[in-house]
Design a protein around this ligand. Structure first.
Ligand code: GUN
Length: 293
């Protein structure tokens, strides 16, 4: 059984990005610049944005963190998005989700210039991705593709079962793995809360992508021998034996699933670090204007 070490792979790719930035600087070019907007003080969002800013510093990107109070009005946020769209020194930016309840996330996403949408959340990028045109890919699916690629896990002709149909993971992942090319060319089944006989579906899978948001949902008896399992979940569960009182688990019951697997991602240290890496790859592409519209 191989443990797909997202932390180690992320460090490797980080070093590759750092070298590319150094080459840019030596050639007298401005380094890539990522801006992040954080509204309110959701602890998980604080941690994610903190990781993104730290990653920028480590590879030599410029970064700007714009913090706003949770009482920020929707029009003000859209005004801020428009100013970032216009700012020639910002190559790409993200508005960290979730936003406070009084702000419509889709209105904010639609206001982002698709050429700077390094999260790949704008419908133009999503549509282009679905049609196989150049586009910013959403960070988590892109991170998973990088991981499959770098570990040499073939997807062509394989049966992939995706658990969960969210706009940012399940749905784009199913599109990306079913499209032409490598990684891709898979036969994909997208499952969700209304799927009947889910275990019958997962037991047929050569590759399972678990992004259902339920702690330790996928059990050993739902997986065939030799499957590859990618766990996208990050859930806090109580752990009285720990000083913090909690621990992080994925959507996969690791102890019963791992012994049956050809390869599996751990939580933490699997998909999570790859997501941040993918965002940085998108920012590098934004700086180089690699995505043509
Ligand atoms: N919230 C959870 N994941 C993400 C992400 O990838 N991007 C943004 N902007 N917000 C998130």
């Amino acid at each position: 059984m191989i443990i797909l070490d997202g932390k180690a792979l992320s460090l490797k790719i980080k070093e590759e990005i750092r070298q590319e930035v150094e080459t840019m600087r030596k050639a007298g070019e401005r380094p890539p610049h990522l801006a992040a907007v954080l509204v309110g003080n959701n602890p998980a969002s604080e941690a994610y944005v903190g990781n993104k800013v730290r990653f920028c510093e480590e590879v030599g990107f410029a970064s700007t963190l714009i913090r706003k109070d949770a009482s920020l009005q929707e029009e003000e946020l859209i005004g801020l998005v428009r100013s970032l769209n216009e700012d020639p020194h910002v190559d790409g930016f993200i508005v960290q989700l979730p936003l406070p309840g009084h702000i419509h996330e889709e209105k904010v996403t639609l206001a982002i210039d698709p050429r700077k949408d390094v999260d790949g959340f704008h419908p133009l990028n999503f549509g282009r991705m679905a049609q196989g045109l150049s586009a910013y890919l959403p960070a988590t699916p892109y991170g998973i593709l990088l991981m499959l690629e770098r570990y040499g896990i073939q997807t062509r002709g394989q049966h992939v079962v995706v658990l969960g149909r969210s706009n940012i993971v399940g749905t784009p992942m199913s599109l990306l793995l079913s499209r032409k090319g490598e990684p891709g060319d898979a036969t994909v089944t997208l499952t969700h809360s209304r799927t009947r006989h889910l275990s019958d579906e997962t037991r047929r899978a050569d590759i399972i992508i678990a992004a259902i948001g339920i702690p330790q949902f996928l059990k050993g008896d739902m997986v065939k021998e030799g499957a590859v399992v990618i766990d996208v979940g990050i859930n806090r569960i109580e752990a009285p034996e720990r000083k913090s009182g909690f621990r992080l688990v994925g959507d996969v019951d690791y102890d019963t699933v791992a012994p049956k697997c050809q390869a599996i991602t751990p939580v933490p240290g699997g998909v999570g670090p790859m997501t941040v890496t993918a965002l940085m790859m998108n920012t590098l592409k934004a700086r180089r204007k690699e995505i043509s519209y």
